[in-house]
Design a protein around this ligand. Structure first.
Ligand code: GLA
Length: 391
């Protein structure tokens, strides 16, 4: 081998190595932001709807507020051709062309599959075709994969013990991680197995950039609150490149009022959760858009320190949550889970501000000056006061 060839070999080797490590370290340095089809469209998602979402993400200003991924959930899959290559069904005539369109808008495209033979909606899964599917996604220009356990449950049920079942799931997630890495394309890897087996403890080790910590959300305050407030204690498992995922947003889908949607958005931001809008972006009210694009709330979610917030106190239905931010300030959410308005009495000493703090109200867009150390504020039913506070 002459010296040029040797140098080339080293370069190739180096770039392959850096592509391989890119999968978990460089991807999703901040919680992914975007849109997903499931919550609103379910089986009705198709090429035209996805294009309309991409267009609306740009024209509404959501892209400029940080939303990037347009994620197609379940029901896009056709069967396989004679070589085993996954096909789209008639709702998606040309996935590569769709990816090109989404990319032309400065956005990224996500897709969905299962480690099982079938997806949750009984479409074709990736079982036995992991490498081939990853190659197909990369060739189409896919940037994000949600990998949903569902169909693998059948295989896991036949395992001789819970430990063996866990190993089957673990290995299946590793298999797709390696398949994605071998494409050389940076693809966000989103695990969806509903928080089973304390996924937060091992999700990062199978290459997950995010992992669902819960079952499915629905567009109801009770379900959203059960999931969101149920995230207490999980903060230490999240960080840049590997996030807890309490499921997609329901903001704007109509089942909650705007106070409840502000609670949803505030809590997800404090949790450093992925912000994947789940409504029809082409038909948003100004209030929905304002909730989804509140820059200061988004900045809490996307903060460079990458620290998930946690519960500081609970006094009956009043809960105080806080998230430490890179500039030394804190985001503080004061939540009222009661069905009537309540006055919250918050002790800022518990938040580390012995003589009170300088505060800004992020939903009122208003500087409050110095508050506390004992601070009382009236909060609407199921509502929130979201503050950014400094010494
Ligand atoms: C599961 C997931 C949902 C969605 C559906 C699609 O229920 O948890 O988020 O992806 O499957 O079938």
């Amino acid at each position: 081998m002459n010296i040029f060839c040797r140098r080339l070999a080293i370069l190739v080797c180096l770039s392959v190595t850096s592509l391989a490590t890119a999968q978990s370290s460089d991807i999703a340095a901040r919680p992914p932001m975007g849109w997903n089809s499931w919550n609103h469209f379910k089986h009705q998602v198709n090429d035209a709807a996805v294009r309309a979402q991409a267009e609306a993400m740009v024209s509404s200003g959501m892209r400029d507020a940080g939303y990037t991924y347009i994620n197609i959930d379940d029901t896009w899959e056709g069967g396989r051709d004679a070589d085993g290559k996954i096909q789209t069904n008639s709702k998606f005539p040309d996935m590569k062309a769709l990816a090109d369109f989404v990319h032309s808008k400065g956005l990224k495209l996500g897709i969905y599959s299962s480690p099982g033979a079938k997806t949750c909606a009984k479409f074709e899964g990736s079982y036995g075709h992991e490498v081939q599917d990853a190659q197909t996604y990369a060739a189409w220009g896919i940037d994000y994969l949600k990998y949903d356990l569902c169909g693998l449950n059948e295989v896991m049920k036949a395992a001789p013990s819970p430990e063996a079942a866990h190993q089957i799931m673990f290995d299946a997630y590793v298999k797709m991680r390696d398949a994605l890495r071998s494409t050389g394309r940076p693809i966000v890897y989103s695990l969806c197995q509903y928080g089973n087996d304390a996924v937060w403890e091992w999700g990062a080790s199978v290459g997950g950039n995010l992992w669902r910590t819960t079952g499915d959300i629905s567009d109801k305050y009770a379900k959203m609150a059960e999931i969101g407030f149920g995230q207490a204690g999980l903060a230490r498992f999240a960080g840049p490149g590997h996030w807890n995922d309490p499921d997609m947003l329901e903001v704007g889908n109509g089942g909650m009022n705007n106070e409840e949607y502000k609670t949803h958005m505030s809590l997800w931001a404090i949790l450093a959760a992925p912000l994947l809008a789940g409504n029809d972006l082409s038909k948003m009210t100004p209030e929905t858009l304002a909730i989804l694009t509140n820059r200061e709330v988004i900045a809490v979610d996307q903060d460079a320190a990458g620290k998930q917030g946690d519960r500081v106190s609970a006094e009956g239905p009043i809960e105080v949550w806080a998230k430490p931010l890179a500039d030394g300030s804190k985001a503080v959410g004061i939540f009222n889970r009661h069905h009537l308005p309540l006055t919250a009495h918050v002790d800022f000493r518990l938040l580390g501000y012995a003589s009170g703090a300088k505060a800004r109200d992020l939903w009122l867009d208003k500087d409050l000056g110095k508050i506390g150390p004992e601070y009382s504020v009236k909060i609407p039913s199921h509502g929130v006061v979201m503050l950014r506070v400094t010494q």
